[in-house]
Structures are given as C-alpha cells and as structure tokens.
Design a protein around this ligand. Structure first.
Ligand code: CA
Length: 230
C-alpha cells in the first residue's frame, strides 16, 4: 500500500482518481491547488504525488521545481496538453513519469506501481493495513478485529480504512468529509460524528474508553493500536 497525494483542481477528476486508487489499495489524499499540494507533499511525506499541470494558482512545472527544492518524492504528472515541449520540460524539472488526460485510474495505478517498483519501494505488494489486532484489506473490503470479521457498511469501511492507513496521525474531520464523503466541508461534521460512533460500537469501544479511535479535541481523530490489554 502506498500513500498517494493527488494535486488536481477538477473535483470530478479528483473524485474519480481518489475512488479508483483507493479501490486498488492506496491511501489517497488530495489537494486542489499547487500551494496546498506543496504544503502537504513536504509536511506529510506521501510515497508518491500525482500532479496536474493546469492548476489555478501556479503552473504545475513551477510547482514541481519548488517541490524538488525540498523533496525527492516520486511525481507522476497528469497533463491535458499533448505537447512534447511541455512534457520534456516537466521531465527535466524532475517528474518520474507522465500521463496524458484523459486516463483511467487503472492506468494510473499501473504507472504508480511501476514508478515505486523502480525506486525499490515495497508498494504494490499486499495493501492490507494492520494496526494492532485490526486488519483492513481494501481489495476484499474486509476488516477483521482480533480474529472476528467486522460487519461494516461501505461508508464505515471507507472511514476505518482511511484512518487505519494513517495510523498514529490525527486526521481532521474536514479531511474525512472531503476524502471519505467526497463532499465540500461545511456543517457535515455531525455526519462524521455519527459514523464514528457507529464504528466505535462495532469495534467494541466507546469515546469515553477508547481502544483504537481516539478523539483529539478540536483537531480530529487518531487511530492507534491499544497500548495494553483492554
Ligand atoms: Ca486542472
């Protein structure tokens, strides 16, 4: 499993790629602008960045040069411009590969695995996420806790997978709304709270005595393995 950052301003394309790559076992985050993408790529160190060249705030090639000043993260560029000059300048700026739009998530996934394999990363192997006694397999969409399979709704599964793939990191409700629910943020954190409470019940824990799901007041939620016996 690899942590992928998609920098793409078109919500339709972004949503489709997030879904397609998540289904193929990646943990996917996204940013709608070059500045947000840079901040995320440098601050949270994803395994690979998928970068759209046509961004509202900055040309993708410029962003790539800035990113290369701070990070060696592999980058696959997505370009709508079927322009050899552009592609050469992007590869010169440090891109590892490129795709010309439109392309399917399956094709992107194959390129991602090829780039990571070339760089000797372990991604492309078993995407199952294991945290303590919890294992979450995005291919079969099965989650098992202490040997017993959890009965989860599709949304609960997506929520659990998103959090487990980022174990020990605090994930904001804003991120959950935009990444798991694929909705613009704004007043939807009640929905997140409700699903979290259902998920807690299925994991056999409560907000008051958490084992895996820890609320971090005013920040978000963190999934971590229990420290000791429950
Ligand atoms: Ca664009």
């Amino acid at each position: 499993m690899a942590q992928i950052l998609i920098v793409e301003d078109d919500p339709g394309i972004r949503g489709a790629l997030i879904r397609g790559l998540t289904e193929r076992g990646h943990a996917v985050d996204s940013a709608p602008t070059a500045m947000a993408g840079l901040e995320h790529a440098v601050g949270r160190r994803p395994d690979l960045v998928v970068l759209d060249l046509g961004l509202p705030d900055m040309d993708g090639t410029t962003m790539l040069r800035m990113l290369r000043g701070a990070s060696t993260v592999p980058v696959i560029v997505a370009t709508a411009r079927d322009d050899e000059t552009e592609i050469v300048s992007v590869l010169d700026a440090g891109a590892d590969d490129y795709l010309v739009k439109p392309f399917a998530a399956a094709q992107l996934d194959a390129r991602i695995r090829a780039v990571l394999r070339r760089l000797g990363d372990g991604a492309g192997a078993d995407p199952t996420v294991v945290v303590g006694g919890l294992s979450v397999d995005p291919r079969s969409r099965r989650a098992v806790l202490d040997g017993a399979e959890l009965e989860l709704t599709p949304r609960e599964f997506d929520l659990l997978h998103h959090l487990a793939a980022r174990a020990d990191q605090v994930v904001s409700k804003r991120e959950l709304v935009t990444e798991v629910w694929q909705q613009p943020y704004g007043g939807a954190d009640k929905t997140v709270d409700v699903h979290l409470s259902w998920l807690r019940r299925k994991l056999g824990e409560t907000a008051q005595s958490p084992r895996y799901l820890h609320s971090v007041r005013g920040v978000g939620i963190r999934l971590s393995a229990p420290a000791g016996p429950a």
